[in-house]
Design a protein around this ligand. Structure first.
Ligand SMILES: [Ca+2]
Ligand SMILES: [Ca+2]
Length: 119
């Protein structure tokens, strides 16, 4: 009896923990749009969403602080779900959403970072 209660308590707190992590990731993300396609980025992770079933793939495109160029595709296309988060060891300097055979959004600099600069 005591053991069962313990296991249930452990499972409940584990569930609460993973929910917290997901919420934190989503709320810190910056989104770039091109038509119904979008890409999200945090300071070190990004993912893409293909919102148009038109045969054109969608990917998040980024330059990192270390100068490398990275792409993260929505691998399954317009199925109503996001591609997987891809994370890097270097921070994302700028990112945009690109649609194959079509083009890209404008660059967004330093996604998901709090800006305190005032002019
Ligand atoms: Ca598409
Ligand atoms: Ca998808």
């Amino acid at each position: 009896m005591a053991n069962k209660t313990l296991i249930r308590a452990a499972a409940t707190s584990l569930g609460a923990l993973s929910l917290l992590v997901v919420t934190a990731t989503a709320s810190n993300a910056t989104t770039a749009w091109r038509g119904s396609n979008s890409a999200e980025a945090t300071s070190k992770c990004m993912r893409a969403f293909d919102g148009e079933a038109d045969g054109n793939g969608v990917y998040a495109d980024a330059y990192l602080a270390n100068g490398s160029h990275q792409s993260a595709w929505d691998g399954n296309g317009a199925h109503g779900d996001w591609g997987p988060w891809t994370c890097y060891t270097s921070t994302i300097d700028r990112f945009r959403v690109c649609e194959d055979h079509s083009g890209c959004s404008s660059w967004i600099s330093r996604p998901a970072r709090v800006t305190t600069t005032k002019k």
